[in-house]
Design a protein around this ligand. Structure first.
Ligand code: XIL
Length: 380
């Protein structure tokens, strides 16, 4: 045996030893080898919210793991329709084209919301709240907005967050939304769903494409007071007995589902609350969708925490428990979307505390799979 072959044997032995020593679950430095989208293909699609600049840094992860996308900001009114007659489709188009190229679907987010409106508030300028003039002007503006987006994206968007966060935490309609203020009531919610439904029928229906589903989306949906108010709103829209009347002469609308944003924490909500919410939504004849999932590791801390391996494991166990609930309710859940791809890209690094790092997602700041990822795929 030559010295060289001895050396080679030694190297192989060393390699085998190293492989044998590596703990099977830590797999440091990879994006994981089981695609989430494959592992969950018989349950629901698995989505991520992103924007083209973020996508560029994690596209290998998105290509491999996710089969649904949401524009994190690019379809919001302030970005896409910043002034009367001014449209900025660039970023939304780029994501839509990526999705079309892969043959995956998107979630349309969000048509009517009180946040991230145009900086100049152009749609409300010059109007007097709670007047026929304001209602009539805003109905035209809303319809143009909704019709334009539906026409442009109906082929790739299979469900729309038509109205976002219109119910207040204590139940009842949120009265501090300019939509509520200028319409003088919750009537705007009806028109948002009406115009979306009409646009889908005119555009998608006209081409024989299946119509996108209509969703109401909100946070803290597991809170029973809020959930009851959401379900009352759905019943009003479809005119169940003894609900308030719709605008005169308008026909009822049966919406399809409720989006639970699911900006959750390590210890809230517990799985019973989640299950109760899913049951209530299903009991009202609706689909639940998990629309903006993240599990903050920093909740309650004013500064950046030390995300230790113990914390990573606690978070992994939390994700495992939540996904176990999702899987056992897959007949009631239409999709699960993470609000971001990797921790460095999460909105929670700037909310509710600006500049405080958070660690809420399945992929870490170096874009490697975290214990939470392994927990989510760990089932038969
Ligand atoms: C967030 C985005 O992630 C941030 O980039 C942006 O600065 C603020 O909005 N509920 C929603 C989402 O419906 O649109 C929000 O997204 C998070 C809370």
């Amino acid at each position: 045996m030559t010295i060289r072959s001895l050396f080679r044997l030694g190297l192989i032995a060393l390699l085998l030893f190293a492989v044998g020593c590596a703990p099977p679950t830590t797999q440091v430095g990879t994006i994981g080898s089981t695609p989430l989208q494959d592992k969950y293909s018989t349950y629901f699609t698995i989505g991520a919210a992103t924007t083209p600049s973020k996508l560029a840094a994690v596209q290998n992860i998105v290509d491999f793991h996710f089969d649904r996308l949401t524009c994190e900001n690019d379809m919001k009114w302030g970005v896409i329709h910043p002034d009367a007659g001014t449209w900025n489709f660039t970023a939304a188009d780029a994501l839509a084209d990526y999705a079309r190229g892969r043959g995956i679907t998107m979630t349309g987010h969000a048509l009517i919301w009180h946040n991230q409106l145009p900086a100049n508030n152009w749609m409300f300028t010059g109007l007097t709240p709670d007047t026929d003039g304001a209602r009539s002007a805003l109905k035209t503006i809303m319809q143009t907005h909704i019709d334009t987006l539906v026409e442009r994206y109906y082929d790739v968007i299979d469900n729309w967050d038509v109205v976002n966060e219109a119910i207040s935490d204590g139940g009842g309609y949120r009265t501090d939304s300019p939509w509520y203020e200028y319409f003088g009531s919750e009537e705007y919610i009806y028109w948002a769903f009406r115009y979306t439904k009409d646009a889908l029928e005119a555009h998608a229906g006209g081409t024989g494409t299946s119509l996108g589903k209509l969703y109401y989306n909100d946070y803290s949906v597991v809170n029973s007071t809020k959930l009851n108010a959401i379900i009352d709103m759905v019943k009003w829209l479809r005119q169940d007995p003894s609900t308030p009347p719709l605008p005169a002469g308008q026909s009822p609308i049966a919406i399809d589902g409720v989006g639970l944003q699911a900006h959750w924490q390590m210890d809230w909500p517990n799985t019973t609350l989640i299950q109760n919410a899913i049951n209530a939504i299903d009991g009202a004849g609706l689909k639940a969708k998990i629309s903006e999932l993240d599990i903050s590791a920093s909740y309650g801390s004013s500064g950046t925490i030390n995300f230790t391996s113990e914390l990573a494991q606690i978070q992994a166990n939390r994700y495992a428990a939540i996904f176990s609930v999702f899987r056992s309710n897959n007949d009631k859940i239409s999709s699960v979307t993470f609000w971001g791809v990797s921790d460095d890209q999460s909105w929670l690094n700037n909310f509710p505390v600006s500049g405080r790092d958070d660690y809420p997602l399945l992929f870490d700041r170096s874009h490697n799979a975290k214990p939470a990822y392994y927990a989510v795929i760990d089932f038969n």
